[in-house]
Design a protein around this ligand. Structure first.
Ligand code: PLP
Length: 360
């Protein structure tokens, strides 16, 4: 029996079929230049134009004003864990972190390692990061407040921005970027590794308020210098042309769907359907607290490790793949990013019901 494969991986993860097909075409030969997109010079007229297009689409979809620079960098979101403190806080200067899981812990650890004074404003660690902290003990004076918009591992997501007054808000939006509208003007900086909602691994989107580019008067590695990268339109050195091109194709796909508002409505529907199935089930239970549930990564458990292993294996046999939870927490995780169609979630829910009848 053959099935459409539904990929529930957390990242790298599902991309829209149309995007993958266009990327496959462009990998062989771009229509006008008759070269593979991987072979083309980043100093060519084609690429100069393509970068402009990708940036214009990023700005349009995210409603980014001219007060912000838009960068396409390498090193993943993990590079941003260092780049943010290196550029926004002097050595010894205080920066606040809201801890909602492993990613924000890693971000804070990097700032600490670089000699910045890390203040943990709030943490969900006591509850195993299954609920988002509701209040934050923010410093009066702080270089910025960092938060992770969606905790990919535990399946929690902020539905509203943390309230930080006039402090500079920095957001790791790696796993929910463009899955819902995000108020850029309320942030100093937003970053997102591409491989969850935007494209292939290898490029990280950074949106940074231009006045913040002037903060770092101290030395930092060239490749980690926002101001330099902004001045060179992310092309100080060779940019990841392939990853940026496919990110661009994904943005065009999002625009064709009707933009983040339409995408958000679909994501709400998909997540509601899956959580309802979990809540109604006698053998599955959701792990994230009610008000903290992610629309992107739905984490759930069954009554035993054996049953979970059986579920993951049998699901894969019918084409529902990569449902195993993150190795640090176990259980199951269904990542239902923008590119996962409603039908994929319907198939998963039908399989869960069938599995329950057979194993309940
Ligand atoms: C995946 C992920 C990261 C790490 O991204 P890399 O590109 O692998 O460095 C950081 N933050 C969040 C929220 C993530 O989901």
């Amino acid at each position: 029996m053959t099935h459409v494969i539904r990929n529930f991986a957390a990242g790298p993860s599902i991309l829209p079929r149309e995007v993958v097909e266009q990327a496959a075409h462009d990998a062989v030969e771009l229509d006008d230049v008759h070269l593979s997109v991987m072979e083309i010079s980043h100093r060519s007229p084609f690429w100069a134009n393509r970068m402009k297009e990708v940036e214009a689409n990023t700005r349009a979809l995210m409603k980014i004003s001219d007060d912000y620079a838009v960068l396409y960098l390498q090193g993943g979101a993990t590079a941003q864990f260092s780049m943010v403190p290196m550029n926004l806080a002097a050595v010894g200067e205080r920066c606040d972190y809201i801890l909602t899981g492993g990613w924000s812990q890693k971000a804070a650890a990097e700032a600490e390692k670089l000699g910045r004074e890390v203040h943990i404003a709030s943490s969900g660690e006591e509850g195993g990061f299954t609920a988002l902290p509701q209040t934050h003990d923010l410093s009066d004076e702080t270089a910025y407040v960092h938060y992770t918009a969606n905790n990919t591992v535990r399946g929690t997501e902020f539905s509203e921005l943390p309230e930080v007054g006039d402090r500079i808000l920095v957001c790791d939006a790696s796993s929910n970027i463009l899955s819902r509208p995000l108020d850029v003007a309320k942030h100093g900086l937003i970053y997102a590794g591409a491989q969850k909602n935007l494209g292939p691994a290898g490029v990280t989107l950074v949106v940074v308020r231009r006045d913040l580019l002037e903060r770092a008067t101290w030395a930092k590695p060239t490749i980690f210098d926002y101001k330099l990268m902004a001045a060179k339109s992310s092309m100080y050195n060779t940019p990841p042309v392939w990853s940026i091109h496919v990110l661009g194709l994904t943005l065009e796909w999002i625009a064709r769907q009707g933009g983040p508002e339409v995408i958000e409505a679909r994501n709400i529907k998909k997540a509601a359907m899956l959580y309802e199935a979990i809540d109604q089930s006698a053998i599955f239970r959701g792990t994230a607290a009610e008000g903290s549930r992610s629309r992107m990564n739905v984490c759930f458990r069954a009554s035993s490790d054996e049953l979970e292993a059986k579920f993951v294996a049998e699901a894969a046999e019918v084409g529902l793949v990569t449902l195993k939870g993150h190795r640090s927490v176990g259980g199951m995780r269904a990542s239902i990013y923008n590119a996962m169609p409603l039908e994929g979630v319907e198939e998963l829910v039908a399989f869960m019901k069938d599995f329950e009848v057979r194993n309940g």
